[in-house]
Design a binder for this molecule. Structure first.
Ligand SMILES: [Zn+2]
Length: 372
């Protein structure tokens, strides 16, 4: 078992939640410390408060992956007699790095919004607010016929060949590859100075640009040639749309009151604020983690009966109510669902790589609000 370094962990994390998914101007990425060190213990946190840093020190953590950026506005100073400076000092003294994944983690498949939708039990979920469309590329690689199967399998394993709900999509064509090894070459087939003609297969497949490193790495590993002949094409095809929030259906309709009770329980919130007639029937639910004030009209337009989001304002609640959209506000802190959710995803990925690393969900409660 190999202990990964911080860069390897973040590379793995960014395949699931790339920085390119973040909204413009958001602060994502490494914020404190360094990644060029072995990381055997990684903590997943919602907020990096002093109590969370103390927990990380106690737990011998090397790296914290947090949803809310610790540094959002530029710092004027770092004064270690004040809380913000003291927290940074503690992190640096204990060599704990902090990496932030904010709106990119909201958008990611399996990220905050998918975790919230699944906690609410929604089915047939779609994106509420599309923000990015995946860039697609095409790969064509020339492989001697007896290695074609292995290269195809490696490409599929690395995530190439997904089209909608189909995986391992590729196209092959047989042909003749010609090459002449020059002096100093160490050819898999043939000898220096002799022109070779080999029966090869041209394999074509498609992949999201963010997976390029992984896909090409897998191709090089599975391909027997010293120099692999391949082409990469940029495509006009639009990839899958990704975005903020989700909208889906409850398996069965229920009253707004029943739904609010259920949401409070499943999201482990201390209390929910409800806008709308408690006896009305709801089935279609929109959910958006964090502050979703900006998107209530999108939820309404897409036919939601009820919108679940945090930090809802008084006047916005009046507007939503007047338009017939019910709102359940369980608080911003329900995004804590990401702690266990992300830890589980990373644990699964790291196990596949046989890495010696533990992912710990922070157990510290960071909701500043209490309910009476
Ligand atoms: Zn948030």
């Amino acid at each position: 078992m190999k202990m990964p370094n911080g860069h390897e962990i973040i590379q793995m994390f960014e395949r699931f939640s790339p920085k390119s998914y973040a909204m413009d101007g958001d602060k994502v990425g490494l914020q404190i410390g360094r990644l060029n060190k072995p990381c055997g213990r990684v903590m997943i946190a919602l907020d990096v408060l002093e109590s969370v840093v103390d927990e990380a020190i106690e737990e011998n953590i090397d790296l914290i992956i947090a949803h809310h950026p610790m540094i959002y506005r530029p710092l004027g100073s770092i004064q270690t007699e004040q809380t913000a400076g003291r927290v940074i000092e503690k992190l640096i003294k204990h060599d704990i790095a902090v990496y932030a994944a904010h709106t990119n983690l909201d958008v990611a498949r399996g990220g905050v919004n998918d975790l919230l939708a699944s906690a609410l039990g929604l089915i047939d979920t779609e994106i509420l607010v599309p923000t990015v469309t995946e860039e697609l590329r095409k790969l064509a690689v020339f492989v001697p016929i007896d290695h074609a199967e292995a290269v195809r399998a490696a490409l599929g394993e690395a995530g190439a060949g997904f089209i909608g709900k189909y995986s391992e999509c590729s196209f092959s064509q047989a042909g003749t590859g010609r090459f002449q090894p020059e002096e100093g070459a160490d050819p898999f087939i043939g000898h220096s100075g002799q022109l070779q003609a080999v029966q090869e297969e041209k394999i074509e497949t498609i992949y999201p640009a963010q997976l390029e490193k992984k896909v090409l790495g897998a191709m090089f590993k599975a391909h027997p040639y010293e120099e692999v002949a391949y082409d990469i094409y940029s495509l006009e095809n639009k990839g899958e749309s990704l975005g903020l929030g989700r909208i889906g259906l409850l398996p069965e309709e229920m009253t707004l009151e029943q739904f609010a009770e259920q949401a409070k329980k499943s999201l482990e919130s201390g209390g929910v604020r409800v806008v709308g007639d408690m006896t009305r029937i709801v089935r279609k639910v929109a959910v958006l983690g964090g502050d979703g004030n900006k998107y209530w009209q999108t939820a309404l337009r897409k036919g939601a009966d009820v919108y679940v989001t945090g930090d809802f304002y008084y006047h916005t609640a009046h507007d939503a109510d007047a338009e017939g959209l019910a709102v359940v506000d369980p608080g911003h802190n329900v995004e804590k669902v990401m702690k266990k959710g992300v830890a589980a995803i990373l644990h699964e990925q790291a196990s596949k790589q046989k890495w010696d690393v533990a992912f710990v969900a922070s157990a510290v409660e960071t909701d500043p609000f209490q309910f009476l």
